[in-house]
Write a protein that binds this ligand. Structure first.
Ligand code: DLL
Length: 433
């Protein structure tokens, strides 16, 4: 099912014409109402009248997380506070949170985007949508919530945590769609198995998971553990929250809601555009937001774009899964390492290891230390020294093959590492301390 065929299946010319109209309006809106935008545009010698084609967007300066920090808390708002009906926030790199303001229309747009996302996962008015993203300043809970309400489904606003209670509600309320982070979905799946509940005993049919990078291997584990089809949902607070893009049944990238978001992929070093299919940094311009529009916002998320037609019938451009963030990348002994690469290796040992892992990076005698702590699968004994040593060797070997540098492996008993209830914390890097 498709929530909004007119927009999601629009022909390219219609979509591009709408995008241009909205882009021009947005650029004028920020130029007239947000002084930091006006200042930056004046400095680059560009005025709203200079935007006459979609490619003209490249004349405009980028907006960065630093711009949000410098204009904390509400300096990038384009509407007066009496038109702002909701605030959300996410943690910023400098310690100050990034504050986002929504008008009534912005909330309606958000509801529309997430309604499209949930419909992609098969939800409709008869669905029971169990929301285990955290509620509060984080956009996950209330974002999923507003989408489920928009389609008229029954929403269960669980928020995250208390996995036992989550499972009781999943069973008793016969929830059909689960929304949470992929790492929390794994925690729930683990709890379901431990309680002796079979996936087919649950009414769950689909899950809409996002807010953190995850791999195909993790998706497979969640799908089997909960007996569902898992969909990927992407978004970020600054731009709106969840629902910027979502994967359909084809599971081949996430459809971007292009009538609201104009996307570019750039090389983060040269800031030049890269070709479709090539990885780079995702840059988003919100073209219909009122409260806090963002022009050419550098997300730091690494992905690529796909424009080939999707078998689902939607015509919107798709982004690949997010491979990591430019600022998540660890540089260990000079080598670039992404946690998702480590996860891919762990997944190869799915009979021996769980997906619960943590990376420790430190520095000893002027050299970086790098260690992976990962749990043994249920039923495997840590005191079987020969088995554990052999397995350690195999995992270390596979890591070296994947990463090109050595990583020490520490195997732990199943259940040792803390379980994720929201975004999993995968790395402890003490070099920065
Ligand atoms: O995480 C919004 C969200 C909530 C998205 C629920 C999806 C579901 P922030 O807390 O501002 O907002 O974090 C945004 O999370 O820049 C990405 O690095 C990462 N992220 C979000 N969705 C995905 C995803 C929410 N599907 C940051 N895959 C983004 C990989 C994701 N990373």
């Amino acid at each position: 099912m498709i929530w909004n065929k007119e927009m999601e299946c629009a022909d390219r010319d219609t979509m591009r014409a709408l995008q241009l109209k909205r882009l021009k309006k947005t650029v004028k809106h920020v130029y007239d109402n947000v002084s930091p935008y006006r200042k930056k545009m004046d400095e680059s010698g560009v005025r709203p009248e200079d935007i006459n084609t979609l490619d003209d967007i490249r004349k405009l300066p980028f907006t960065t997380k630093e711009d949000l920090a410098e204009n904390y808390p509400t300096g990038l708002f384009a509407m007066p506070m009496h038109d702002i009906v909701r605030i959300h926030a996410s943690s910023g790199t400098t310690g100050k949170p990034k504050i986002v303001g929504y008008t009534q229309n912005d909330l309606a747009m958000w509801g529309e985007c997430v309604a499209r996302s949930l419909t992609m996962a098969g939800a409709d008015k008869d669905s029971v949508v169990h929301v285990s993203y955290g509620y509060g300043l984080f956009t996950g809970g209330l974002g999923a919530h507003i989408g489920a309400e928009t389609i008229g489904a029954t929403v269960i606003p669980m928020s995250s945590g208390n996995t036992q209670k989550q499972i009781t509600f999943l069973q008793d309320m016969k929830s059909t769609v689960l929304c949470c982070t992929p790492s929390y979905a794994l925690t729930i799946a683990e709890g379901v198995a431990k309680a002796g509940i079979r996936p087919e005993d649950l009414a769950l049919k689909a899950g809409v998971f996002g807010a953190e990078p995850w791999t195909q291997a993790m998706r497979d584990k969640i799908e089997t553990g909960l007996g569902i089809k898992a969909h990927d949902i992407y978004g970020l607070s600054e731009v709106m929250g969840p629902g910027v893009s979502t994967s359909c049944d084809e599971n081949n990238g996430m459809h971007i809601q292009e009538d609201y978001f104009y996307v570019e992929i750039i090389n983060p070093d040269t800031l030049e555009p890269v070709a479709d299919g090539e990885k780079g940094e995702l840059v988003i311009t919100t073209i219909a937001k009122e409260g806090m529009p963002l022009v050419r916002y550098r997300t730091r998320d690494i992905c690529y774009l796909m424009r080939e037609k999707c078998a689902c019938g939607r015509t919107t451009v798709r982004m690949s899964r997010v491979f990591g963030r430019t600022d998540d990348m660890l540089i260990i002994r000079g080598v670039n390492v992404f946690p998702s690469q480590v996860e891919t290796v762990i997944a190869k040992f799915d009979k021996e290891l769980t997906m619960n892992y943590k990376l420790y990076v430190g520095r000893e005698h002027n050299t970086d230390t790098f260690e992976l702590a990962v749990e043994l699968a249920e039923g495997l004994a840590i005191d079987d020294i020969r088995f554990v040593e052999a397995l350690k060797g195999k995992v270390e070997h596979a890591l070296r093959d994947m990463l090109g540098i050595g990583c020490k492996v520490r195997l732990l008993n199943e259940g040792t590492l803390p379980r994720s209830e929201g975004k999993a914390v995968r790395v402890e890097d003490t070099r920065k301390l």
